[in-house]
Ligand binder design. Structure first.
Ligand code: GLY
Ligand code: MN
Ligand code: MN
Length: 436
């Protein structure tokens, strides 16, 4: 039985074509130790096969349309690294029509591509395989007189696959919802537990404990930034001591069975927003809610982003952080001192998921089944020459939103984000803790 995704991929391939799709490789962390293995999303989407050193060859018109090249069984290595499916398992458990040891790929490559009109392959991510394919094509060009011809067209696999991945199936939505629920629980746990005097990494540990407790991992390096660390967009040191009066910005998301969530919340560790914190927070919150409210099929990502720029710029002017007419400040890009990223991105197997954002030069319109993040932020670096009250404050609020036929559904609503809601949530947590 082929996975539905694989069957659909085959339906979309050109006649007389073949696709070559490689697994991820093990990545060295230091010397001879590796990072935890994470399968390549494209490869996993099609095959469900979770081992390194594998290649899928897919050719719908061939006698055996689906071939897997895999690591062969090896009792000695399996004692160290765990079981392998092997050639037999690739056929019996993963539905391949044929399977071979990965070491035979090179020798079979000419046979695989010869006579096919189109080769689907994504150049630029695996240089050794790129080279192997280029050499095979060059070799074949020299053999035309014997009737051996290489594919005329080489198409990025993503042209089919990433379009498929962009529109989520019911089963995929269920997994993203599960990742979102786990992530929401982790953020609530952090909001309850964070205190002045703790290190940021203690909060990171709590969040990732919740992820692991549910069989998930962190989809990306968690950002736990207190005080002015929240103004550093990719802060990940997470090693400062949280101080009384700080806002804590947490951007963390679980990956569950290959699908990611991505939530940011910003809250006062002492339980109450100061006036300047609250003022900035409310500008971001109102922007975030207004942009979410716009989400429905037919609206483009640029329309959403542009609306966030307008609302944040107007807010910055109201607070005196920018002076002048908002339209001019937008035209000149002055708002970028405080809002330097885009409003959001596609979400799925990759946290910054695949799929084109522009089609024929036009910002793409939303369609049912897309999942996007909405994450406006304002970041007033300590060095900005503005009213001192606002310096060193960073705020981002991020939710994950499914586009539906009727409009949208927020998948991450389970974490407080209204000012009063956050303050009450923290106050209640303190009371419960004292009572316990
Ligand atoms: N955590 C990555 C992002 O928010 O885009
Ligand atoms: Mn994000
Ligand atoms: Mn994020």
């Amino acid at each position: 039985m082929k996975r539905e995704q694989l069957a659909e991929f085959m339906r979309r391939m050109e006649p007389q074509s073949v696709a070559i799709i490689a697994s991820a490789r093990e990545a060295v962390r230091s010397n001879d130790t590796h990072y935890r293995f994470r399968q390549d999303s494209d490869f996993y989407y099609l095959t469900g096969f979770d081992e390194p050193e594998a290649i899928a060859v897919i050719s719908p018109d061939a006698e055996k349309p689906y071939t897997l090249f895999v690591r062969p069984r090896d009792p000695e290595r399996e004692t160290w690294d765990g079981p392998r499916a092997g050639v037999e398992g690739a056929i019996e458990r993963y539905g391949a029509d044929a399977a071979f040891p990965i070491d035979e790929f090179r020798a079979k490559l000419d046979e695989i591509i010869q006579g096919k009109r189109t080769l689907y392959y994504r150049f630029g991510t695996r240089h050794e395989l790129d080279q192997m394919i280029i050499e095979a094509i060059a070799r074949m060009r020299a053999l035309g007189r014997r009737g051996i011809v290489p594919p005329r067209t080489i198409t990025d696999t993503g042209a089919i696959l990433h379009e498929m991945r962009l529109i989520k199936s019911e089963a995929e939505i269920a997994l993203i919802e599960r990742a979102a629920d786990i992530t929401a629980e982790a953020h609530r746990e952090a909001m309850r537990a964070a205190r002045p005097g703790m290190h940021e990494y203690e909060v990171e540990a709590l969040i990732e404990y919740v992820f692991r407790r549910h069989g998930a991992t962190a989809a990306y390096t968690s950002i736990v930034g207190s005080g002015e660390n929240a103004t550093v967009l990719h802060y990940s040191a997470n090693n400062a001591v949280i101080r009384e009066g700080d806002l804590l910005l947490i951007d963390a998301g679980a990956e569950y069975q290959g699908y990611a969530a991505d939530i940011t919340r910003t809250f006062p560790v002492s339980g109450r927003f100061s006036r300047p914190q609250r003022e900035l927070y409310e500008v971001v919150l109102e922007t975030q809610k207004a942009c979410i409210a716009m989400i429905r099929p037919g609206v483009s990502m640029d329309e959403l982003h542009n609306r966030s720029v307008e609302l944040l710029t107007e807010g910055l002017v109201r607070l005196g952080l920018l002076q002048g007419a908002p339209s001019k400040l937008i035209e000149d890009g002055d708002y970028k001192k405080f809002y330097m990223h885009r409003l959001g991105h596609y979400l799925g197997m990759d946290v910054h998921d695949v799929g084109l954002y522009y089609v024929d030069g036009q910002s793409r319109k939303l369609e049912p089944g897309m999942v996007i993040t909405i994450e406006p932020g304002l970041y007033v670096a300590r060095t900005q020459e503005v009213n001192e009250d606002y310096r060193g404050i960073g705020v981002r609020i991020e939710d994950d939103v499914l586009v539906t036929a009727e409009g949208h559904r927020v998948l991450t609503a389970g974490v407080p984000k209204e000012v009063e809601e956050i303050e009450q949530f923290i106050a209640r947590a303190r009371v419960e803790e004292r009572a316990a």
